[in-house]
Design a binder for this molecule. Structure first.
Ligand SMILES: Cc1cc2nc3c(=O)[nH]c(=O)nc-3n(C[C@H](O)[C@H](O)[C@H](O)COP(=O)(O)OP(=O)(O)OC[C@H]3O[C@@H](n4cnc5c(N)ncnc54)[C@H](O)[C@@H]3O)c2cc1C
Length: 450
């Protein structure tokens, strides 16, 4: 475990690094892992932030954590005391700082919101080289403007976060629904206070087709009559279709989607038992699949092979969006007609605390939203624009009163973008905390992919 003195020394060293970098080329984080899907281009200078990994302390209901700590390491540090962060994003290498600045979501989000909502205080290295401690009462403009800023105002170096108690196991109930409308009713029933006892601690869903949708209800359990293991031969998302109920250890529950990167490992043939049996368990992880995708994004071997074979061009459609739950059936209706993608992930979400205003990603605290995640590619007609389907999604989400996450490709015109993500407030924050634009701006980063 790093100590507070280690942290203070690392902060001083990092400020020195930033001061020594010449103005001009924008600054980026020098990090080994990433869960950003948009490729980046253009010159940049990197800050070595490797010293900001680790957990400073775990107390009763609270932890002090360095900004580049992965959730895998964070969960390993908190579970021995019977506690976990309030929201643990599904991919092991997502970092706490990345999830807070880039938003994150999981099956506890219907009661705990997003990871930034359980931050009590954080230290941020701003673009102008200061290290500011911010909270709901101190530098509150930065605190409330940081989520969805994607590292364009500054970098979170230390975060004090809330923890919640765990039980040893999670009992899963996979409720089969014959339509999205039915799934909406099940999610609404289990996620809305005042509509009967809230009987689930975790809620998410898997859409396989318009007539085959599952809502998975997770409940803490002190005992498990049997335990499943989806870190080897068995594939979790298939179990959703095959089993009515299931039990997992809390750790295996938190990482149930990581082994096969939801279902995306399918593209590498590793869900075929004849192939899978030869792959050591330690390689069944989302960051390994990431490396394969990154290799293809860089070298385009498969794309070139497909072209030589005369196969149609494909458009990558990798997005997470959210719409008010009432509009989920309408969204999925168009989705099913326009995109040949399955499965799709549903995750209900509600802002945790009505008093907070998260400036760059405002939500209505009275509305239950559903996050819809789809990560695949679709065939293009000859001559069709390679952003066609992503643009359909952007328009649809807008019409249905939703918004999308910015970790992947976006095509918004500037005015549209700034209307969605509160341009006027962002402008003030940017001028205050990064007056020399040492960090890229949100539009340049998320749409222009600089
Ligand atoms: C296929 C796919 C599926 C996904 N599914 C989910 C999901 O189900 N649930 C979920 O919660 N998220 C999901 N994500 C999104 C992911 O949570 C975000 O992309 C998150 O920002 C990644 O965090 P990271 O730590 O890997 O950061 P990186 O990928 O390294 O960086 C992401 C951005 O955050 C900035 N950043 C990173 N660390 C910090 C810091 N300490 N301070 C300030 N800025 C920082 C970087 O500059 C960059 O702009 C998914 C992403 C992909 C590609």
């Amino acid at each position: 475990m790093p100590t507070r003195a280690d942290y203070d020394a690392a902060v001083a060293e990092l400020r020195g690094q930033l001061a020594a970098l010449p103005l001009g080329a924008p600054i980026r984080l020098g990090k080994k892992t990433s869960n950003l899907f948009r490729t980046r281009s253009g010159p940049s200078q990197r800050l070595d932030v490797s010293a900001f990994r680790g957990v400073l302390s775990v107390g009763d209901g609270v932890a002090d954590v360095l900004g580049m700590t992965t959730y895998e390491a964070l969960v390993d540090a908190t579970l021995p005391s019977g506690q976990m962060p309030l929201v643990v994003p599904q991919l092991k290498t997502i970092t706490l700082g990345g999830a807070v600045t880039g938003l994150g979501i999981e099956s506890s989000s219907f009661r705990n919101g997003t990871p930034h909502e359980s931050v009590l205080e954080m230290d941020i290295l701003t673009g102008d080289g200061q290290v500011l401690t911010c909270s709901r009462t101190h530098n509150a403009d930065l605190f409330h403007g940081f989520p969805n800023s994607y590292g364009t105002l500054g970098y979170a170096l230390r975060l004090r976060i809330e923890l919640e108690p765990t039980s040893p196991y999670v009992h899963l109930e996979h409720v089969r629904c014959g339509s999205v409308g039915d799934a909406v009713e099940v999610m609404r029933r289990h996620c809305t206070p005042g509509t009967g006892p809230r009987t689930a601690d975790f809620v998410d869903g898997t859409w396989f087709s318009p007539t085959e949708v599952y809502v998975t209800l997770g409940r803490w359990a002190d005992r498990a009559p049997l335990l499943s293991d989806y870190t080897g031969m068995a594939v979790y998302y298939r179990s959703v279709q095959e089993r009515r109920e299931d039990w997992l250890t809390v750790r295996d529950y938190l990482w149930r989607w990581d082994t096969d990167w939801f279902w995306c490992s399918r593209a590498f043939g590793v869900q075929n038992p004849a192939v899978r049996r030869w792959i050591p368990r330690r390689y069944l992880r989302s960051d390994i699949w990431w490396k394969l995708v990154a290799f293809e994004q860089k070298h385009r071997w498969k794309t070139r092979y497909d072209r030589r074979k005369g196969r149609p061009e494909r458009e990558e459609v990798v997005q997470d969006i959210e719409v008010p739950i009432d509009n989920l059936p309408a969204f999925m209706d168009v989705f099913a007609r326009e995109l040949e993608i399955e499965p799709v992930w549903f995750c209900p979400l509600r802002q945790r605390c009505a008093e907070d205003v998260w400036e760059l990603y405002r939500m209505d605290p009275d509305t239950l939203y559903v996050n819809v995640g789809f990560w695949s590619s679709v065939t293009l007609e000859p001559g069709e624009d390679p952003s066609t389907h992503n643009r359909i999604i952007e328009t649809l989400v807008d019409v249905l009163g939703g918004r999308k996450s910015l970790y992947s490709t976006s095509y918004y015109e500037p005015n549209h973008f700034w209307r969605l993500y509160n341009g006027p407030t962002y402008d003030v924050l940017k001028k205050t905390y990064d007056p020399d634009s040492r960090l890229l701006d949100l539009y340049a980063k998320c749409v222009q992919r600089r």
